[in-house]
Design a protein around this ligand. Structure first.
Ligand code: ASP
Length: 407
């Protein structure tokens, strides 16, 4: 069976987006979120996203175990260190870009803004320490980690299992074959879900816009413009240039290949929920060999978040400006690194970046309540930063393929 072109065409997905856009605004302006119509849309959107999420844990586990079990361990080390270098450097680059443009446009100076009430978890939350982050990498109980869907813990557990199977050599053939078949099964399910993509994106967008509406947008227009401008620059210039230079793939081919994944990211606002789609487009459309994609896509979806880093840097400085607090150069460097850390630590789920922003604000003594200033438009911005997050993962896979070559 031909592997390429098995998706529903991008045109259908775009049509779904259009329907979602119009439908969402109409819902918001007419019947509102209390209506039975909105309830039906929200239910449909939930069903779709649950279908995607349902398959993530088996997909991540099987894909990482299979990659770690089948690769030469020295090669795995090279792949790991290259991927890590790419993730870290592009994330720092994105946060730096955010800082540059927020300093250029000063969107928060003189802004008069209403403050929304903070969700309880943010208002009372203590940000995790670095030691907590490290400790949480290793699950004390892997079944518990699987049940909670804790991606970082699932990744480290799967890598350890994969390497152990690898070192066992031929005596682990049965388990390895089992894992490969689980992976194949997960991919078959993903293929079914993908057929529903146009309907899924329409419902998701209707649900988000039906609730958010456009009223909150105006006072925050300049802030949104800076975040979106920064994301556009990173997503349309920086990342494609890197993919071209280091990955040898021209931008038009790259974007044509990843369109489905980017649109799924836009509408789900979740790198994790988009993961199955990213995996398929990277393997089938961008022709990245599975031994790279199986390793880099699950890890990238969890830790590599350029869009989130950029957004956190802009948001922190915007809050400082709105409060009339001037951050020194040294403090801005602290923002650069904590925004990177906060992006790595954010889960691939909607609004995760908003929660980890506490780390950035506390590092430079900014008031946590400042998050209330930007809450109203976070859901919309989340859509776009997630799109850049997913683009970065796909770009990384292409670059790894080019540098490491085919096995
Ligand atoms: N929603 C983003 C993601 O899944 C994370 C964030 O909130 O920035 O990639």
């Amino acid at each position: 069976m031909s592997k390429r072109g098995e998706f529903v065409s991008v045109r259908w997905v775009l049509a779904g987006i259009l329907v979602g856009l119009v439908g969402g605004l109409v819902l918001n302006k007419t019947v509102g979120v209390e209506s039975p119509q909105y309830a039906v849309v929200a239910l449909g959107a939930d069903l779709f996203i649950r279908l995607l999420r349902m398959i993530i844990v088996p997909l991540i586990m099987a894909s990482l175990i299979s990659a770690a079990a089948s690769l030469d361990t020295r090669y795995l080390g090279r792949l790991g260190s290259l991927a890590f270098t790419y993730y870290l450097s592009t994330t720092v680059l994105a946060a730096a870009l955010g800082l540059v443009i927020v300093n250029l446009f000063d969107p928060g100076i003189g802004a008069t803004l209403a403050k929304s009430e903070l969700p309880k978890e943010i208002a009372q939350g203590q940000p995790p320490t670095f030691a907590d982050l490290l400790r949480n990498l290793i699950p004390a109980n892997p079944i518990d980690a699987l049940a909670r869907g804790d991606m970082l813990q699932i990744i480290s557990f799967s890598l350890i299992v994969g390497i152990a199977l690898n070192l066992m050599g031929d005596s682990s053939a049965t388990v390895r074959r089992f894992v490969d078949e689980v992976l194949e099964m997960a991919m078959v399910v993903v293929r079914w879900v993908l057929r529903l993509l146009p309907v899924g994106v329409a419902l998701l967008l209707m649900r988000t816009l039906g609730q958010a509406g456009t009223d909150a947008l105006l006072p925050l227009a300049k802030y949104m413009g800076v975040v979106l401008g920064g994301l556009a620059f990173h997503g349309l210039v920086v990342l494609p240039a890197l993919v071209w230079l280091l990955g040898g793939m021209p931008p038009w081919r790259f974007f044509a290949g990843i369109a489905q994944a980017m649109l799924t990211a836009l509408t789900t606002s979740s790198s994790a929920a988009t993961l199955p789609v990213t995996m398929r487009v990277v393997e089938n459309e961008l022709e990245v060999p599975p031994y790279i994609s199986r390793f880099s896509i699950p890890i990238g979806a969890t830790v590599n978040m350029d869009g989130t880093a950029l957004y956190e840097a802009v948001a922190a400085l915007f809050i400082a400006q709105a409060y009339g607090i001037e951050l020194t150069f040294a403090q801005q460097i602290v923002v650069l690194f904590t925004a990177t850390l906060a992006a790595i630590g954010a889960a691939g789920i909607p609004s995760a970046g908003l929660f980890t922003m506490v780390i950035v604000l506390q590092a430079v003594n900014l008031p946590i309540e400042g998050i209330g200033l930007i809450l109203a438009v976070d859901r919309i911005l989340d859509m776009f930063r997630t799109m850049v997050n997913v683009e970065g993962d796909a770009g990384g896979a292409v670059i790894l393929k080019n540098i490491l070559g085919r096995k």
